[in-house]
Each structure stands twice: as structure tokens, then as C-alpha cells.
Write a protein that binds this ligand. Structure first.
Ligand SMILES: *Cc1c(COP(=O)(O)O)cnc(C)c1O
Length: 363
């Protein structure tokens, strides 16, 4: 007798390991490993969750009506073409399963978000990567890597873990250069943090065709990672697929309540944005001043490159930071073994990181 076997590809997946949150033997930790909003969720989101507990026995609104209407109104979108998901991860996974399978290729840039590799293998498709230029997705290289088997191109914009982005004109050029049957998935998880005139999350590209979808999340700027909430905006044909394949009650009522409250609390979101606007250059500058290479980031995190010198490399830095209770993200799984990714924290946390790194570099 042989045990049940999963489909080909599934056992090739290296399970996603989330950012750690505790270190044994260290009481106070500074967790900057998962790009979670530094200031925590909006107090109004917390209140909205408290207020719904007596209704937890009710199924959620499977159509996420109120939240979709609010999102549509804010960005001037067609609410019927918004789909909510249990985090954008769920939506990325469904897109992969629905549009790609065995024999198909799923394309993304060399240091693209890990979920793209996981989701493509999980549906039996073959992940293909295109080289980056200066740790940034490169449209020419992506287009060169397209084959007749390519079904999906994922573009994280800005990208995690590099923090780099493509301007709107380049994203448009990518779309224009892709065959019409290739679905372009723009994963704009950090869009809310970006302050660049030439950046857009890509929502307008969705409306100009039937082959582009944008995914957004409530996990980063809105700091609701624990509740799992994201959304996608796509053309009718793609939205029809998402609504057929997703579970009918994929988003919990707590997530819907918190999401709506957080979304409408624009004062708090502005505060979080200003926090990042101040601390991102601050942290980047302080770390660069230590002689470490900081990749220019437009997100709420920075990728820092360490020298290869024994005792001064990324692994040693990670170990040293941990010994002081500071948890950042090792990104060897992305092929960036010489780098660490550090989330922008509170002012105090950012100071702790800089002090600890200073001690590491100078010590
Ligand atoms: C964090 C992240 C997501 C997923 O977030 P969810 O919590 O699943 O909504 C998607 N894409 C990128 C690039 C991310 O960094």
C-alpha cells in the first residue's frame, strides 16, 4: 500500500516561514520582521471589533458589501469588480490556481515576493524568474522571459523584500509588451506608503483592458495582518473567476468590521503615513552612515546589505541583533543571504535598531 500522494510540485514547496515574534530567554523584544504597521491598528478598528463580538455567531456578509462600497467610493472604482479576500495572499493563490496549472509558467522578478513561488508550485505550474537590475524588477528582462506557456506575471510594486518600485510608465510598458492572454497581477501591498509622483498602484490599468488585476492588503498600512484582509480589483472576467473559486465566507466578520473602520479612519492612516515618511529616511540614513548599503525603499521597511567579512556578515548581524532582543528578517530564502530586511518601527524601536547595529558594526 502506498500513502496518498499530493499533486506534482507540492512537495517542492518550501513552507513559508513568517517573521518570528519571540526569542527564547529574552523578555523584551523589538519585532521588526514582518512589515506590520509600526503604530498598530486604528483605535476605531479595535473598537469596531469589540462592538461586533455579540454577533459572532452570525455568518459574515460573504459579499463584503459595505467594505467594497467604501473602497470603490474612495478610489472611484466599480464596486462590482472588487473582491475581498482573507489577506491578499488568498487572492494571489486563487489567481494562480484559476489561471495556471501543470505545464504553465508563472513569471516574476528574481527577488519577487515568496508567495508567488509557493502559489505557482501549489497549483502545479512552473515558477520562472527574470533577472532584476539594481534589485529592481526590469521590464525588458520580464518580457524576454515570456514564453507561450506563460499564464501569469506577478509584479509586487513596491516589491518585498527589496523595497524598490517601478514607475507607472514602466508598468504600462510591461502590460503593453505582454501577450493579451497573460494575466498581469500587480501586487501593491505597500502602495499606501509610497510618496513618488511617478508611482501608481495600477488601478487605472485594470480599467483599460481585461487582463490586469491589482491586489491590495489591510495588513501593512492598516495594520490588520492578524485579521487577514485584502482586496483585488480586476476586470469582470477575472472577478467572475475569483468570486467562483473563493470560499463564500472567506473574510471573517471581525476582519470586515475592522477593515471598514480602519479604512474610514483617514486621520489615523495619515498619521501612519507621516510616521513612515519621517522614519524611513531617518532609519535609512542612520544605517547608511554606519557604512552599510541600504537599498532605497519606498515601503515601510529597508533592505540592508552586509559585507562578506566573517563576523560582520548578515548572519552575524542577525545573531547579534537577536541576542539584544531585536528581531529582523533574514532573507536568504530570497537569495539575499547577505541582506537583512528591517521594518520601520516606532521611534523608540528604530533607535534601538540603530544603537544595536552601531554596536555590532563598531564592536
Ligand atoms: C505582506 C505582503 C502581501 C500579503 O499580505 P496579506 O497579509 O496576505 O494581505 C502581499 N504581497 C506582498 C508583496 C507583501 O509584502
Amino acid at each position: 500500500m502506498t500513502a496518498p500522494a499530493p499533486r506534482p510540485g507540492i512537495m517542492d514547496i518550501r513552507p513559508y516561514v513568517g517573521g518570528e515574534s519571540a526569542i527564547e530567554g529574552v523578555s523584551r523584544t523589538v519585532k521588526l520582521s514582518s512589515n506590520e504597521g509600526a503604530l498598530g491598528p486604528s483605535p476605531k478598528a479595535m473598537e469596531a471589533v469589540r462592538a461586533m463580538t455579540a454577533e459572532m455567531h452570525r455568518y459574515p456578509d460573504g459579499g463584503a458589501e459595505q467594505l467594497r462600497q467604501a473602497i470603490a467610493a474612495r478610489y472611484d472604482l466599480d464596486a462590482n469588480r472588487i473582491v475581498c479576500g482573507a489577506g491578499s495572499d488568498e487572492l494571489l493563490g486563487i489567481l494562480c490556481r484559476a489561471f495556471a496549472g501543470p505545464g504553465d509558467e508563472v513569471l516574476y522578478s528574481a527577488h519577487g515576493f515568496l508567495m508567488y513561488s509557493i502559489a505557482s508550485k501549489a497549483c502545479g505550474a512552473t515558477p520562472v524568474t527574470a533577472p532584476e537590475v539594481e534589485l529592481t524588477a526590469n521590464v525588458d528582462n520580464l518580457l524576454k522571459a515570456v514564453t507561450p506557456r506563460t499564464k501569469i506575471v506577478f509584479l509586487a510594486n513596491p516589491n518585498n523584500p527589496t523595497g524598490t518600485y517601478l514607475p507607472a510608465t514602466e508598468v504600462e510598458r510591461l502590460r503593453a509588451g505582454l501577450p493579451a492572454h497573460v494575466l498581469l497581477v500587480i501586487d501593491a501591498a505597500y502602495a499606501e506608503f509610497v510618496t513618488r509622483n511617478d508611482f501608481t498602484s495600477g488601478l487605472e490599468l485594470v480599467d483599460s483592458g481585461d487582463n490586469t488585476v491589482v491586489c491590495r492588503t489591510f495588513s501593512k498600512m492598516f495594520a490588520l495582518g492578524g485579521l487577514r484582509l485584502g482586496w483585488a480589483y480586476g476586470p469582470e472576467n477575472v472577478v467572475g473567476v475569483l468570486n467562483r473559486v473563493r470560499n463564500p465566507f472567506n473574510v471573517s466578520s471581525a476582519a470586515l468590521a475592522a477593515g471598514l473602520a480602519a479604512f474610514e479612519d483617514t486621520d489615523y492612516a495619515d498619521l501612519c503615513k507621516r510616521h513612515n515618511d519621517y522614519w524611513l529616511p531617518w532609519l535609512s540614513g542612520k544605517i547608511a552612515a554606519l557604512g552599510l548599503q541600504v537599498v532605497p525603499s519606498v515601503g515601510n521597511f529597508v533592505l540592508v546589505r552586509f559585507p562578506a567579512t566573517a563576523g560582520k556578515d548578515a548572519a552575524s548581524a542577525d545573531k547579534f541583533l537577536r541576542s539584544r532582543g531585536v528581531i529582523v528578517r533574514a532573507v536568504a530564502a530570497y537569495g539575499l543571504g547577505d541582506c537583512l530586511r528591517i521594518t520601520i518601527g516606532t521611534g523608540e524601536e528604530n533607535q534601538v535598531v540603530v544603537d544595536t547595529l552601531t554596536e555590532f558594526v563598531k564592536g
